[in-house]
Write a protein that binds this ligand. Structure first.
Ligand SMILES: Nc1ncnc2c1ncn2[C@@H]1O[C@H](COP(=O)(O)OP(=O)(O)O)[C@@H](O)[C@H]1O
Ligand SMILES: [Mg+2]
Length: 431
């Protein structure tokens, strides 16, 4: 079973960079999801690995085979890359039975030799069993439900035993309940087949629940490549923090400097004093020095690249993500950043870290409450700001009800506002 490696892979159309200098190692037997907003380069990445799209530059290896290398002119055709596909539009052949749909690809296999009728029959029955469609082999697609059709499509893809399986939003045509069901089927399939799965989705929940690792992209650029819970808990930057998680993370603007004991005294939410205590040891000064040095080095490398012959300037420029601070009157967000200093911070608080209790340190007022049975999503108004929280159980809150709140735990995230990057995690206490 192969491991897939992308080295400096770029795909551009004229000045538009669909995928920009992507470095990625997909480990053998991984279930990697390519996640990001529409147009960020997920499908292009997948198609390049599969051989359906030719990169502008870079190198791709699958197992020990170099399948693409712009420098040495290697470009292995898709049918020689031993990969399987499952696309969003998985059209089954309507005039063929389920059995014929699954076996069709197998009858076309010629290398290393043609399969016998018996071998094909065995394979069809085996994969049909895996996706629970053994009872429908004689039916036509029109006689199946959407979910059953989807499973036939999966069986058809699995039949030639691809060691790598690519899926591009394969569940997007299904209703919510079926999607959930198919998700767990896919998870099981991944274990049973031992194949490497690469799965494209724009649905962060799908990416979170299925993946062993999430590759989160934006504007063709890799933002973070980590296990789902790492992406959720320690997002590399404000964009990642915002993209992953539902309800979304709360961004609280903060201003403050570090004390000798390592804590950071900050002013948040219109003049409220709070203390951020880093989880580990932190020197903000050193952190900024390192971040600035890294940024300068990146700039230098970019200038070096730009000076090379044939370089094309990226027209779809990368910008620092503009986070949104929820306010009761949203107009106040003027969009003006002003000059930011090292004291300008953003604190990210996941909804589950908002703790409502009788003796919380800060006063707020219930702005809205949405109970789903298992949990209740509340928006709490603090001054002009709105903070989103999730409370477990069917708690009934009245709109306008006064509540008191704290920030729970030590996984609150501290970001630099200047460069949008994560500094550290820690606890946030109202003074
Ligand atoms: N053949 C093409 N010519 C020009 N631009 C393209 C082409 N294919 C894709 N793009 C652009 O590249 C970007 C990435 O596309 P894609 O990988 O399909 O995004 P997604 O993440 O939604 O799958 C998009 O902005 C898209 O418009
Ligand atoms: Mg796509």
């Amino acid at each position: 079973m192969p491991r897939i490696e992308l080295t400096h892979v770029t795909k551009r159309w004229d000045k538009f960079y669909g995928v920009d200098d992507l470095n990625l190692v997909i480990e053998d037997n991984a279930f990697v999801t390519l996640l990001g907003p529409s147009g960020c380069g997920k499908t292009t990445t997948l198609r390049m690995i599969a051989g359906l799209e030719t990169p502008t530059s870079g190198k791709i290896t699958i197992g020990d085979q170099v399948v693409f290398d712009s420098e040495s002119g290697i470009n292995v055709p898709p049918n020689k890359r031993k990969v399987g596909f499952l696309f969003q539009n998985y059209a089954l052949w309507p005039n063929m039975t389920v059995y014929q749909n699954i076996s069709f690809g197998l009858t076309n296999i010629k290398e290393p030799r043609k399969l016998t009728k018996q071998e094909i029959d065995d394979i069809v029955h085996r994969v049909a069993k895996v996706v629970h469609i053994s009872a429908f082999l004689d039916r036509y697609p029109a006689e199946l439900s959407g979910g059953q059709q989807q499973r036939v499509a999966i069986a058809r893809t699995l039949a030639p035993e691809p060691s790598v399986l690519f899926m591009d939003e394969p569940l997007s045509n299904l209703d919510a309940k079926l999607r959930l069901e198919m998700r767990s089927e896919l998870q099981r399939l991944h274990l049973e087949t031992g194949s490497t799965f690469v799965y494209v989705t724009h649905d962060q929940m799908e990416a979170m629940t299925l993946a062993t690792k999430i590759c989160l992209m934006e504007n063709g650029v890799l933002q973070q490549y980590d296990a789902p819970l790492t992406v959720y808990g320690q997002p590399n930057n404000l964009f990642v923090a915002d993209f992953v998680g539902n309800p979304a993370i709360n961004f609280i603007e903060a201003k403050g400097a570090q004390n000798a004991d390592g804590t950071v005294d900050v002013t948040i939410l219109d003049g409220r004093k709070a203390t951020f205590t880093p989880k580990g040891s932190l020197s903000l000064k050193e952190w900024y020095a390192q971040a600035d040095a890294a940024a300068a080095e990146k700039e230098r490398l970019h200038a070096e690249k730009a000076a090379r012959k044939g370089y094309v300037e990226k027209s779809n420029k990368d910008t620092v993500f503009r986070y949104h601070v929820a306010r009761v009157d949203d107009e106040e967000d003027t969009g003006e950043e002003g000059t930011l200093t090292d004291e300008d911070l953003v604190i990210g608080v996941r909804p589950e870290f908002l703790e409502l209790s009788e003796n919380g340190a800060m006063e707020g007022e219930i702005y809205s409450a949405m109970p789903t049975g298992m949990e209740t999503t509340v928006k709490v108004r603090v001054g002009n700001f709105l903070l989103t929280g999730v409370v477990f159980g069917g708690v009934l809150y009245q709109i306008g009800q006064k509540v008191r709140l704290d920030f729970r735990g030590d996984d609150v995230v501290l970001f630099s506002r200047r460069n949008g990057r994560i500094i550290t995690q820690g606890s946030l206490r109202i003074q």
